[in-house]
Design a protein around this ligand. Structure first.
Ligand code: AP5
Length: 226
């Protein structure tokens, strides 16, 4: 079967992490979420974490040169030979160009970019109610996807917390950053014919179903091409 190199694109709170977790289970491909990687580094107080923290707390992006190496190393690893799921990367045009360059060095390319489309108002509603598992980053929402027991992760039993960057003023800044720096990637990938639009304001299971159908079509196209 052909490899599947997927990118999840969308504003903060659009559901990239929610759908990424499901895809990771369904497809059994490595899932690289740069936000989770960076939060882990902050928690572990590594050099990467120390470098990234102030940018993340402000709702800014960490510098391209810091994050590009982190992803390039993972894509080049043996676990990613059949493909991968990227969440939160690329986020700027230089990052997208660096990803293309790395993949082309390996004789590969991006298979599809799934754009999860959600309005700014919906982003604010979602991030205001998000709860995140402290140990492994599993995602919940107090209203839309509540855990079975309040404040406790269904999967690993660890406490659910509010992320530092889910404060209202930081949410606004993250949205601005998205529109300025990341949204141009919609045209970037559309012009390369790999963009697939997903209506992200549906319920999580409906969004998952749209993604499943999109990937099934993609597989058929891949099969027809060989
Ligand atoms: P990151 O962690 O990637 O944050 P983000 O892109 O802002 O995305 P989020 O994690 O906030 O949202 P999501 O789309 O995953 O939505 P979720 O599924 O949680 O990055 C954090 C920071 O790290 C950045 O600000 C930056 O500083 C830095 N960084 C990361 N990558 C970088 C890069 N490449 N370059 C530079 N800097 C980088 O869902 C949100 C909520 O909605 C949840 O509560 C969920 O339960 C709920 N929900 C999900 N789907 C639905 C639905 N369909 N209906 C109702 N509720 C839903």
């Amino acid at each position: 079967m052909a490899e599947l190199n997927l990118v999840l694109l969308g504003p903060p709170g659009s559901g990239k992490g929610t759908q990424g977790e499901r895809l990771n289970e369904d497809l059994r491909l490595p899932y690289y979420a740069t936000g989770d990687i960076l939060r882990g580094a902050v928690r572990d107080e590594t050099e990467l974490g120390r470098e990234a923290k102030e940018y993340m707390d402000r709702g800014d992006l960490v510098p391209d040169e810091v994050i590009v190496g982190v992803i390039a190393e993972r894509i080049d690893s043996s676990e990613a030979l059949d493909g991968f799921i990227l969440d939160g990367f690329p986020r700027t045009t230089p990052q997208a160009e660096a990803l293309d360059a790395k993949l082309s060095e390996l004789g590969r390319g991006v298979t599809a970019v799934l754009l999860i489309d959600v309005s700014d108002d919906e982003v604010v509603r979602r991030l205001g109610g998000r709860r995140t598992c402290e140990a492994n980053g599993h995602v919940y929402h107090v209203e839309f996807e509540p855990p079975k027991q309040e404040g406790v992760c269904d999967i690993d039993g660890s406490p659910l917390i509010v992320r530092d960057d889910d404060k209202p003023e930081v949410i606004r800044k993250r949205l601005e950053t998205y529109h300025e720096k990341t949204k141009p990637l919609v045209d970037y990938y559309d012009s390369r014919s790999v963009l697939r639009r997903i209506a992200g304001e549906a319920a999580p299971q409906d969004v998952a179903e749209q993604i499943r159908r999109t990937l099934a079509t993609l597989r058929m196209e891949q099969d027809e091409a060989v």
